[in-house]
Design a protein around this ligand. Sequence first.
Ligand code: DC
Length: 215
Amino acid sequence: MIIAIDGPAGSGKTTVARLLAEKLKIFYLDTGATYRALTYAALERKVDADDPQALGDLARSLKFTVEGSRVYLDQEDISQQIRHPRIDKAISKIVSYSQVRQVIVELQRKLTQGRDAVVEGRDITTVVFPDSKYKFYLDADPQVRAERRAKELQEKGVNINFDEVKQDLEKRDYSDKNRSVGALKKSQESILIDTTGLTIEQSVEKVADYIIPRG
Ligand code: DC
């Protein structure tokens, strides 16, 4: 059984998906982390961001491991590094190439093969697992999403300027929704959950109510 969750940055989907998987005691996959790991590797190895072929080859050659919210590239734990704003700035171009997405989508399917899982991202309900049993689209007011992202960065000790965070988020929203492959959109069957006024716990409960009927 796959529970697929899509939504923009700051919608709460990553935390909700992780807590839901804990509650259900099943595997959790943050697909954004797989694209972030590739972007990190591309920056470290100075692979040209304008060369989709080279990026596709790089994606094929990498050994990712995902354990809960920890991400490893070869043996290196890169969980912190992939959340840095320099990754946010570079990622949109890299994830727009079909040569890259094909490889990463296959990796995501492999990582969840034979498992019950909560999988979250941008194209999970539409491309990666369009036949999943449960489909959700999480969203929230853009100002609230930017505030959540700024808080997350602050807690990690990253020096940030709120306006810059908001602008980056708007840019990422635009490119996520408008790219020609794997664009972010709400599939017809997805249940819309607006998390604007909700706490994380309330958001998890809302999603869980569709999966575990209250007795
Ligand atoms: O969820 P996130 O912010 O960690 O995602 C990072 C970037 O990766 C985001 O800008 C869009 C991209 N992404 C994607 O294109 N497809 C996915 N399934 C997940 C993330």
